[in-house]
Structure formats: structure tokens, C-alpha cells
Design a binder for this molecule. Structure first.
Ligand code: FAD
Length: 415
């Protein structure tokens, strides 16, 4: 396409998931011109249904909180963990950080459409069923090649590109930024069900994370939605799937049958939706920014689903990047590393320490320890609620050391 015909936009955002919708809206609210290019037609399925409290801070910042609160999503008050007969529940109203006491459990098709519609309502232009297929970042301003659903193409020159393409990882692939994750390859098999959970002790307002009775690195999520439906999934490393049925529905049910406490909860469930799978989702990049671009949410790094941190990190990255980009567009001198990458990584590294400690077994010991002090539980609960950037919390300031020490104390008093 000749340069003269090229469309020029101030900011192009790749992807209309939570990271893209929040970043685009925050920039639009500051008066900037923003175009989102989204590959799919919304609503579209996405995984990542249990939100943390901290998400609501970004929805509020983007002027979307009222719409989310009015949408009828299942209220979430915390996170519960089960292993055999052990059970431990954390309530987000009891956190060290002064955060939001509740959040939501959301079918992402509906939630993401709501956010994207809110972005449009606030003036963001979104083009659905168009994909970014190439990018030239060598010259002064980036030029993106866009492919429409009918196969035709056009190009857009952007003052700045925010890549919020999630698992699409558009710029990581195009600019050779991919880096290996620290975590081994794991796989999730999951579905939505009509749960018919009758157990009066089951708390629908909490995600339930259940540990497999003989394989402590294998765990399940149960995320109740409104209207009697629930998301159910299992996460295991690749080798744990050896010997399990190949059929996804049978495989998920087999893992659950091996886990009596969860089987009991789901004994009347109607399995009405074919199971899906996603694997090898942990990913990293060499850099979070470069000339003319920054990477948000899963387009940058994804750790692990166990603490439901993905959407929170995506929204936090969107908020940070929108702030830096706004200052840059106002002509201020900005430092993307110091103002975006370093502060974002601080919280990501807190979650990383928690994920590592979970799979090592230490954090499980801490979570199920019956005699933890209220103060310690509040500090741990803060991170479970997403406040992983609050360095006043000793478990944020020094997560590895604190968790190691605490696990040792729990182990010595247990034995
Ligand atoms: P996405 O939500 O993936 O959005 C990216 C968008 O970009 C998509 O709409 C896609 O269509 C679009 N796109 C892709 N390629 C292109 C292209 N070439 N051109 C244009 N558009 C493109 N997180 C939680 O917070 N809670 C959970 O309970 C949770 N559970 C999880 C369970 C599992 C098994 C896994 C793997 C992850 C889970 N996550 C969870 C993480 C969560 O899925 C992600 O972190 C979150 O969706 C990231 O949001 P995002 O906006 O970065 O990307």
C-alpha cells in the first residue's frame, strides 16, 4: 500500500481483552486517539474467570465499575483451598492491604464483551475480526499490517503500539522477543457445567482450589458463576496426563473421580459442555517495551493460573502503560523501564514466588496450617486478593524468604 494511502493513528492497541480494553479506555479518557484491532468477534470464549479484588480498582479507574457491578456476575468474597479433609478459606474483606472486599467470578465471554462495549461507549474505536499479521518497527513510527476476515489487507501507521494480544503474543513473535518461562509445561482441561451443588457448606462466593490427594502438584479449580453454572478444571504437568483417558471429558472426570472431596461436591453435576484444553501457557519475553511499543498482560508474561493473577496483572500493566504513554504524548520525557517494566515486575515477582512455593509444597503447608496468626493470614490474603504490589506487606517486600521461613515454622510445629 502506498504510504499516502496509509491510515495514521496515534495509538493502536492489539487485542480487546481486559488489558487492551482498559489501556485503550484510560488513554481515550485522557483525550488521545485510540484504535483497537481485535481478531475475534465478541463475545468469544476465554479462560481466566476468577477475578481478584485488585481488578476492581482498574475497572473503577476506567469508568467501568458500575457496568460490571450491574451485570449480575457471581459475587466473589475470597478463595478456598481443600486437600483431603483439610479446608482453608480466605476472605478478601480480611486483608493486610486496604483493598476492595469483594470481586466477581465471570464467564469471560460476557465479561470481556462488557469491557469492550464500555470502551466503545467511551469513544474507543474497535475493529473486530481483523488481525495484526505483520509489523515494521524499524523506521520512525511503527507500521502494522492488518488482515480483515475476507482476507483483504491494509496498513496502519501508529504513533505507538500497545500489544494486548494475550496468547496471540503478536509482537513477541514478530519482533523475536520470546523468552522461555521459568515454569515447566503444564496443561489445563476444563469445562462449564450446570453444577447442581447441594452441599450447604459449599461457598459459591469463593473459588475452590482442590489439591489432588496423591499428586500434590495436580490441582482443580471450581469457579461458581451465577445462574447455577460453574467452571471446573484440572491443571497438571504433561507427564501426569500419561495413563489418563485421551478424551478430554473422560480425562477431566477421571481426575475428579480420583479426588473424593471434589467428587462429593460435584456428585449431581450435569456435564453439558464439551471439555477444552490449553497447555504450555507459561511464557515470557526478553523485554516489555521498545521503540514505539509496549507489551501488556499475557502478550508479555504469563506465570500460572493457580492464584488467578492473570487478569489482575493484565489490568495493572494496562494502567501503568497508559500512564507512561500519556505523559510521553504530552511531551514529557519518560523512562519505560523505570516507570513501567520495573514497577510491573515487582508484583509479578511476588506472584512468581507464590506460584513456585505452591508447587514446591511450602505454600500448601502454610495455607492448610491450622494455627496461623490472624496477622499472617491477612498478609497472605492480601496477595490472594491481588495486592501483590503493596510493599508495606512483608510478604510482598520479601516473598521468598518470608514464605520459606513460615513454611519451616509450620512444618516444625506440625511434626
Ligand atoms: P486476552 O484476554 O487473551 O485477550 C487478548 C485478545 O487479543 C484476544 O481477544 C485475542 O482474540 C486478541 N488477539 C490475539 N491475536 C491477535 C491478533 N493477531 N490481532 C488482533 N487481535 C489479536 N486469570 C485470572 O485472572 N483468573 C483466573 O481464574 C485465570 N484462570 C486461568 C486458567 C488457565 C488454565 C489459564 C491458562 C489462564 C488463566 N488465567 C486466569 C489467565 C488469563 O487467561 C489471562 O491472564 C488473561 O486473559 C490475560 O488478558 P489479556 O487481556 O492479556 O489477554
Amino acid at each position: 500500500m502506498p504510504v499516502a494511502d496509509r491510515e495514521c493513528r496515534q495509538i493502536v492497541v492489539i487485542g480487546a481483552g481486559p488489558a487492551g480494553a482498559i489501556a485503550a479506555t484510560l488513554l481515550k479518557r485522557q483525550g488521545h486517539d485510540v484504535l483497537i484491532i481485535e481478531r475475534e468477534q465478541f463475545p468469544r470464549f476465554s479462560i481466566g474467570e476468577s477475578l481478584l479484588s485488585h481488578c476492581l480498582d482498574f475497572l473503577e479507574e476506567a469508568g467501568m465499575l458500575d457496568a460490571v457491578q450491574a451485570a449480575g456476575f457471581q459475587l466473589k468474597t475470597g478463595a478456598a483451598f481443600a486437600c483431603g479433609e483439610q479446608y482453608s478459606a480466605f476472605d478478601f474483606s480480611e486483608t493486610f492491604s486496604d483493598g476492595k472486599p469483594t470481586t466477581f467470578q465471570v464467564p469471560r465471554a460476557d465479561f470481556d464483551k462488557l469491557l469492550a462495549d464500555e470502551a466503545s461507549r467511551q469513544g474507543v474505536e474497535i475493529r473486530y475480526q481483523e488481525s495484526i499479521i505483520a509489523g515494521d518497527f524499524a523506521a520512525g513510527q511503527p507500521v502494522l499490517a492488518v488482515q480483515r476476515a475476507d482476507g483483504s489487507q491494509y496498513s496502519v501507521q501508529a504513533g505507538f503500539v500497545l500489544d494486548a494480544s494475550g496468547y496471540g503474543r503478536v509482537l513477541a513473535r514478530l519482533l523475536d522477543l520470546e523468552a522461555p518461562s521459568d515454569f515447566p509445561t503444564r496443561q489445563a482441561v476444563f469445562t462449564h457445567v450446570e453444577d447442581r451443588i447441594g452441599d450447604p457448606d459449599f461457598d459459591r462466593t469463593k473459588i475452590l482450589v482442590t489439591v489432588h490427594p496423591t499428586m500434590p502438584d495436580v490441582w482443580f479449580w471450581s469457579i461458581p458463576f451465577s445462574a447455577g453454572r460453574c467452571s471446573v478444571g484440572v491443571v497438571a504437568s504433561a507427564e501426569r496426563f500419561n495413563g489418563q483417558p485421551e478424551d478430554l471429558d473422560a480425562c477431566l472426570r477421571a481426575f475428579i473421580e480420583q479426588t473424593p472431596s471434589l467428587s462429593r461436591v460435584l456428585q449431581n453435576t450435569v456435564w453439558d459442555t464439551p471439555a477444552r484444553t490449553i497447555g504450555g501457557y507459561a511464557a515470557n519475553v526478553k523485554t516489555l517495551h521498545g521503540r514505539g511499543f509496549a507489551l501488556l498482560g499475557n502478550a508479555a508474561e504469563f506465570l500460572d493460573p493457580v492464584f488467578s493473577s492473570g487478569v489482575t496483572i493484565a489490568m495493572r500493566s494496562a494502567s501503568l502503560a497508559a500512564g507512561v504513554l500519556h505523559r510521553q504524548l504530552q511531551g514529557q520525557s519518560v523512562d519505560w523501564e523505570a516507570e513501567f517494566a520495573v514497577p510491573l515486575k515487582r508484583g509479578v515477582d511476588t506472584f512468581r514466588a507464590y506460584v513456585e512455593s505452591w508447587y514446591e509444597g511450602r505454600l500448601q503447608r502454610v495455607i492448610f496450617y491450622p494455627d496461623s496468626s490472624d496477622d499472617i493470614r491477612r498478609m497472605i490474603c492480601s496477595i490472594l486478593a491481588g495486592y501483590a504490589w503493596d510493599e508495606r506487606n512483608p510478604f510482598v517486600a520479601e516473598p521468598k524468604r518470608r514464605l520459606r521461613m513460615l513454611a519451616e515454622i509450620c512444618a516444625s510445629t506440625d511434626s
